[in-house]
Design a protein around this ligand. Structure first.
Ligand code: DAH
Length: 339
């Protein structure tokens, strides 16, 4: 028995020393020290021994177990260390390699100015509302006092989904949608994309942006319209800006006006920038037509209001001296990087 124990010790140590991976090591541990292991098998036979032999063999068996356990422990540590070193080697990062750069995006010039316009109106107590670009004929034309045979439809030809559904030609339908949902006092702006089937050139695009504005309350007058827009223009272009209201016609406002800003380049004298006019047209506006108020269930005897529609592209082109509207929509990084 003593011999058997010595043999187990020898074999175990030899195999442990030759063992090169942790999984095999675990198997060896079980083979020698486990419940069904070789050492246990020997110990089970202890009963057969004489009283004198028993403590001697017992002590030896304990020594063998201790030695093997010690060896397993040492070997485990060695192999773990080796595994760690290999892992570190394989995961090594060369910090001198050029890194990956991530380019930060920036705001589109239209967004820069749109945000500014929103801030100005928020400061005057307006809410910003959002509406659909795919719109019903009713909201885009009919309810705005532009029936099917109205000539205004010719200048606002658009893309039709079917007879009743189209891409909106203006943000004005948001006047109707808002009045249907809110009761006066109402003070909103509705910015967004609009569409017209215009041929693409330096000043026309089949998609562009408008900012609709509307105020409905008791005793709202043309003076409120002028004051509001004057404040807006001065916030946008500076205190010394001058505006003028020029009579115009829109089916959904009465009276209506187009609003021009005095050319900042020539101060009204006329130059290339304003095409000799001295003034630059930037928005349409007027007092909301009584018919339009009525259609939305608002009594024109009790309430009045004004509305306006600003073309965003024109303002942005002026601001940044951009001479071609197509640049906004081509997504050329060389252009967009400049803002
Ligand atoms: N929707 C008009 C257009 O596209 C602009 C406009 C004019 C809007 C007068 C208004 C307004 O709200 O009162 O040309």
């Amino acid at each position: 028995m003593k011999q058997a124990l010595e043999q187990i010790k020898q074999a175990a140590i030899e195999q442990l020393e030759n063992c090169t991976d942790l999984k095999a090591l675990e198997e060896l541990k079980i083979k020698y020290l486990g419940k069904k292991g070789e050492l246990t098998a020997i110990l089970k036979q202890m009963g057969k021994l004489s009283k004198e032999e028993r403590p001697v063999i017992g002590q030896l068996a304990n020594e063998v177990r201790a030695t093997i356990e010690e060896e397993v422990k040492t070997r485990t540590e060695q192999l773990q260390q080796k595994a760690l070193e290999e892992q570190l080697k394989s995961e090594k990062i060369d910090v001198t390699m050029p890194g990956q750069t991530f380019e930060l995006g920036k705001k589109h010039p239209l967004t820069i100015v749109m945000d500014e316009v929103k801030q100005i109106f928020l400061g005057m107590g307006f809410d910003v509302v959002d509406g659909p670009e795919v719109e019903l004929d009713y909201y885009n034309f009919e309810a705005l006092n532009i029936p099917k045979d109205h000539p205004a439809r010719d200048t606002q030809d658009t893309f039709y989904i079917n007879d009743n559904v189209l891409l909106r030609t203006q943000t004005s339908p948001m006047q109707i949608r808002t009045m249907e949902q809110r009761k006066p006092p109402i003070r909103i702006i509705a910015p967004g994309r609009v569409y017209r089937s215009d041929a693409l050139d330096a000043t026309h695009s089949p998609v562009f942006h408008q900012i609709e504005g509307m105020v409905v309350d008791k005793n709202v007058t043309m003076a409120d319209l002028k004051g509001t827009l004057e404040l807006f223009i001065k916030s946008l272009y500076g205190e010394d800006s001058v505006i003028r209201l020029r009579p115009h016609h829109f089916p959904f406002t009465e009276p209506s006006a187009e609003i021009d800003v005095m050319c900042y380049n020539c101060h009204g004298k006329g130059c290339r920038l304003c095409k000799g006019e001295g003034w630059i047209e930037i928005l349409g506006a007027g007092m909301i037509h009584p018919k339009v108020l009525s259609v939305c269930g608002i009594d024109p005897e009790e309430y009045s209001g004004f509305a306006f529609g600003i073309g965003l592209e024109r303002i942005v082109m002026r601001r940044f001296a951009i001479d071609d509207i197509r640049l906004f929509f081509e997504n050329d990084k060389r252009f967009l990087d400049q803002f």
